[in-house]
Design a protein around this ligand. Structure first.
Ligand code: PBG
Length: 343
């Protein structure tokens, strides 16, 4: 019984059971911890999602996402400048669309002067060093809040794909560098690639939301883009079932075969197993989306003083790198990049 040993005997016993391999040895100093750290987050790993709104003037707070706001196009350009200065390579643009610009076909998605297109052009013009990612999906534009179009009460895959291809084209022509199909329709990556190539847009990249789950962790995002009150039913006929991992492998394989340059898993924190698995299995640049709900969870707890928000932010982002992600879409991007630069 250990308690009966005197100290030297105890130490000898511990050396015997550990074989002298004392793993705490490397954790003694800040310098030794830094020396052996396996993965490290950098501003270059971050993609900053930005919400854009019509009109000019001050930012509009999104109550369910403390610290996140809907910005005018001019303020979105300022965000892109901030991204450049912080070393964040890419901003992702999401439009807040009021009810009057929505219809059941999401027609506004095809308007080359819609908010996302205007913001893309303005950012490309002012800050060409920063990459622009745009979501391809109809939910910011439909009156029913779904990512595709409805026919007979169902989301019609092929008809939706046809519209999504045109949406991708309109966005690419406005300066979007990376098309991010987030709609989960079948065959859309190949059809989008074909459409872009046919129009001479061979350099436009595709980051597919390869494994996107039907998730409760998108709630605050739907507030931010104005879809929450409109959404009829749920998205389970196209977004994935959270019980499935093998299916994520099939989804990713399919998107890669269809021409995706990069793949993404979403949500992120709750699906780190999928991130790790896809990164290891395909060796493709694999991204993770730390979604609005995951952000809100940390912010809400931090706001109540229940955890140290700054530390939780860094720890949560580091987890993605450890899992093998090439990068992370996160609303923390500017704060995390600033913290990383401070060291
Ligand atoms: C649109 C889209 C969603 C998100 C990104 N693109 C919402 C959804 O699918 O309902 C969620 C992002 C977030 O929660 O931060 N298809």
């Amino acid at each position: 019984m250990v308690l009966q040993h005197d100290r030297p005997t105890l130490s000898t016993r511990i050396d015997a059971v550990t074989g002298g391999r004392r793993l705490r040895r490397l954790r003694q100093h800040d310098w030794s911890r830094r020396l052996v750290r396996e993965t490290e987050l950098s501003p270059a790993d971050l993609i900053w999602p930005i919400f854009v709104r019509e009109g000019a003037g001050a930012d509009e707070a999104v109550p369910s996402m403390p610290g996140v706001a809907r910005r005018s196009v001019a303020r979105a350009v300022e965000a892109a400048r901030e991204a450049r200065d912080l070393g964040i390579p890419v901003v992702a643009l999401f439009p807040f669309t009021t009810r009057d610009r929505r219809d059941d076909r999401g027609s506004e998605a095809l308007n080359e002067n819609n908010l996302v297109c205007r913001a893309s052009r303005a950012i490309k013009d002012a800050v060409p060093e920063v990459g622009i990612l745009c979501d391809v999906a109809l939910d910011p534009y439909t009156s029913h809040g779904h990512d595709g179009v409805m026919r007979g009460g169902r989301i019609d895959n092929d008809e939706s794909v046809e519209i999504l291809c045109r949406q991708a084209l309109v966005q690419a022509r406005s300066g979007c560098d990376i098309i991010g199909p987030s709609d989960m329709m079948d065959g859309r990556v190949a059809m989008i690639r074909e459409t872009l190539d046919a129009e001479g847009l061979r350099d436009t990249m595709i980051m597919s939301y390869a494994a996107k789950y039907a998730s409760a962790f998108y709630g605050p995002f739907r507030d931010a883009v104005g879809s929450n009150d409109l959404l009829k039913g749920d998205k389970r006929t196209y977004q994935m079932d959270f019980g499935n991992a093998e299916e994520a492998v099939r989804e990713a394989a399919q998107d890669i075969a269809e021409g995706a340059d990069m793949i993404m898993v979403k949500p992120g924190m709750v699906y780190l197993d999928i991130v790790a698995r896809l990164a290891a299995e395909f060796g493709m640049p694999t991204f993770a989306y730390q979604t609005s709900g995951e952000y809100a969870m940390i912010e809400a707890a931090a706001g109540n003083g229940w955890l140290d928000g700054e530390r939780a932010m860094m720890e949560s982002l580091a987890a993605f790198k450890r899992a093998g992600a090439a990068g992370i879409l996160s609303y923390f991007a500017p704060r995390a990049a600033a913290a990383l630069r401070r060291g």
